[in-house]
Design a protein around this ligand. Sequence first.
Ligand code: F6P
Length: 323
Amino acid sequence: MQRIAVLTSGGDAPGMNAAIRAVVRSADARGLDVYGVQRGYEGLIEGRLSYLSARRVSGILHLGGTMLGSARSEQFRSIEGRAHAIEHLQEQEIEGLVVIGGDGSFRGADALSRESDIAVVGVPGTIDNDISGCDYTLGFDTAVNTALDAIDRIRDTAASHQRAFFIEVMGRSSGWIAVYSAIAGGATEVLVPERDTNIDELSKRIRQAFEMGKGFCLIVVAEGDDAGGAFGVAKKLGTQLTGLSHRVTTLGHVQRGGAPSMRDRILAAKLGDAAVTALLDGHDRIMVGEVHRDVIHTPLEQACTVGDKTPQDILDLMGRLAR
Ligand code: F6P
């Protein structure tokens, strides 16, 4: 293998730049040329590839976002769209592709490899941490720390005004960000997509918390919670909140940006390097992920179908500590 390409796809995540850098530098160290693809699969369909030298990726390690840009591509879902992408890769004599993204991106990568002779390796990059085959995805640690910083600030004002706060964090189908930021932020309640929300029970628990002497109450809500996110929950509680001062805050895309944490930078370095090694060792249609500090390989097919749900033991821990 002489020439590989790298792209970032789906929702951006802090640490993607560090992973691009690791792919380019690790490939350079082994005599491989790397091409960067602009705007994920959209750019691949349009043939937007350019050579990335080791110097070209200087000064990006600590930056959020992705220097290559990202997109959620509708066109790439079709075999015709992927055929254009394959054509452009073949024109540049690219034999291996590193895809940094989430489950949707891996589905695309898996299909591209089946329809061509190009080997693909995935690097899990999404703030949601909802991919099986790794302990953590790139960007999760930074996103939780960002949410936590906001929660700490909200706690100050919630305590001053003896208020209940409904704080919405990201996570359309997974509650990882919600439960980690709730535990680390000392929240009273966490609502996640993996568990049905009982509004009457929730209202009872919030009232009890104040009756038991709590001066304020933080309720962290994942955006994909079945009760409809933080505004939805507050609305459904309606009159059950009468007499309790409360406010709603949505953190939104703030969680996607910012400098990657130390953990995300190290993870990016390990996985970017491991992706190049995997391609050189002849692997195809796999994802590299870190489990208990070891890098393991998981078939892409599995990584993109078996979502990693928030574990019950973490939810139970939250339940025991929130008194
Ligand atoms: O990348 C994951 C994620 O941030 C989810 O947590 C969120 O539901 C979604 O992306 C938002 O996507 P978009 O930026 O396209 O609105």
